[in-house]
Design a protein around this ligand. Structure first.
Ligand code: ARG
Length: 478
């Protein structure tokens, strides 16, 4: 018999049951559903709806069910969704007392409570993974602080940078991702329970108390919004699509660098695959799959927007479809982060080749133009002069460093012997004055600041994680 029982004479067509069934994906909410149920019945006891004896029975059975499912997750079956399963299982065990569980509660506020409880835990785990990835990137940026390599725009060699600068660029992206996650957490951390189906309850539910038991910082203040708000899901899906996009860009970098043509990296065997036909191959499948799977996370975001667009207040069954997208993005992001945390430190970088390519003469053309600027030449003029030197070199098949001082002076009287000191990547990097440039001295400072920032982030997430409620602890406490 379905939950709405008495008014119905006919049971659902089988095909409709299959169509509406969500247990197969929402069963992962079982722990948080039990936790939310526990808090709810404890609150019902406080306001006199459930007696002390009834609460004791309920607590025992919640605990038993928790332990049994922990031992055998296959117990979760046969119900329409996880909320129905939990309520039915408890009622089956304790009879009439079980019938009080759903007092003042609807699956509409229950499902969104579960999702918020679940996402609070998941964001803590994801934050930890992102922190670990950042630690890896910061370690690599320290290791290669003075390793020159060519930097690119339009995928054309542009100016020398360092390998460290590359890692710090990716670290900057993941740092913003962590900031976003912290911000999203604030909007996940709101208790919706007590909103009922859409219009609250005539029973004086003590929502502040439920929030306290479950450690929510806030309670929602509009029951219709509470049951239909999925903004935090959208925000999380955006966050995960963007974070994955950063991984995907990094993946593309590695794929290029692993080509024979670039030959900047050698991939670790544990993280690459061979070809079934071509014995010489070592393929960057991990990076390619990262690039390939990214589309799914973007799709999940678009899917959720499509569900929400034009949805009238308040709860509509469409909202059940929020979960497959959300769970898919969580799972894909977590495994990808784990992969890259292991993968990056094992990649071998051919720093000699990077050095050699970053010593290519023309990469210093901008530095030479700036050399003239510092001697008083307007930049456009300096750009033109160096352009002429480049053309001369190309036409005469010469390199900058093969020109004599007289030849340089032919282009501008301001060229002096010190021009020859400019033509190597170290000078190019060390002469950089601007904050945020690849100058190793500046980057050492940047790394220090990022490490300090990361320590604070770790502290904050640690506090959030340790404030999360736990079913066993709550059982002991109440
Ligand atoms: N399985 C449903 C969901 O995920 C639970 C809420 C059902 N509410 C309802 N009024 N049918 O959204």
């Amino acid at each position: 018999m379905a939950l709405w029982g008495s008014r119905w004479r006919k049971s659902l067509e089988e095909v409709v049951e299959d169509f509406t069934y969500s247990l197969y994906f929402d069963k992962r909410l079982w722990k948080v559903d039990l936790l939310g149920t526990l808090a709810h019945v404890v609150m019902l006891n406080k306001i006199g709806i459930i007696s002390q004896e009834e609460l004791a029975v309920l607590k025992d059975e919640i605990k038993n069910l928790y332990l049994e499912i922990s031992n055998n997750p296959d117990l979760i079956r046969d119900s329409e969704d996880i909320h129905t399963f939990v309520e039915e299982s408890l009622t089956k065990r304790i009879g009439d007392i079980g019938k009080k569980i759903h007092t003042g509660r609807s699956r509409n506020d229950q499902v969104i409570l579960d999702l918020r409880l679940y996402l609070r835990e998941e964001t803590c785990d994801i934050a930890e993974l992102l922190i670990n990835l950042r630690k890896v990137l910061l370690e690599l940026s320290k290791k290669f602080i003075s390793t020159p390599m060519p930097g690119y725009t339009h995928l054309q060699q542009a100016q020398p940078v360092t390998l460290s600068h590359y890692f710090l660029a990716y670290d900057a992206m993941f740092s913003r991702d962590l900031q976003r996650l912290e911000d999203i957490y604030k909007r996940v951390d709101v208790l919706p329970l007590g909103s009922g189906a859409l219009a609250g309850s005539t029973i004086p539910l003590d929502r502040e108390y439920t929030a306290e038991l479950l450690n929510f910082s806030k309670i929602s203040d509009n029951s219709m919004d509470a049951v239909s708000d999925r903004d935090f899901v959208l925000e999380f899906l955006f966050f995960s699509a963007l974070t994955y996009n950063h991984l995907s860009r990094l993946a593309e970098e590695i794929i290029l660098w692993a080509t024979k043509e670039f030959s900047f990296v050698k991939l670790p065997e544990e993280y690459s695959t061979g070809s079934s036909m071509m014995p010489q191959k070592r393929n960057p499948d991990v990076a390619e799959l990262t690039r390939g799977k990214c589309g799914k996370l973007i799709g999940n975001l678009v899917n959720m927007f499509t569900i929400m667009k034009g949805l009238p207040l308040s709860y509509n069954r469409d909202l059940q479809e929020d979960k497959p997208s959300l769970f898919s993005s969580i799972d894909e992001l977590k495994i990808a982060l784990r992969v890259w945390i292991g993968f990056l430190p094992k990649i071998e970088f051919d720093t000699e080749r990077m050095y050699k390519l970053s010593s290519e003469d023309f990469l210093f053309a901008t530095d030479i133009a700036e050399y003239l600027v510092l001697k008083g030449v307007p930049f456009r003029e300096a750009h033109k002069i160096v352009g002429e030197v480049v053309r001369f070199c190309e036409e005469n098949n010469k390199k900058f460093r093969e020109l004599s001082l007289e030849e340089w002076r032919g282009f501008s009287e301001l060229f002096d012997r010190d021009i020859f000191d400019l033509l190597n990547p170290e000078s190019s990097l060390n002469l950089k004055k601007t904050y945020g440039s690849p100058n190793p001295v500046i980057n050492k400072d940047v790394i220090k600041k990022r490490e300090e920032e990361l320590r604070n982030i770790i502290d904050r997430w640690h506090k959030l994680k340790s404030s999360l409620p736990d079913l066993m602890r709550l059982l002991d406490k109440v």
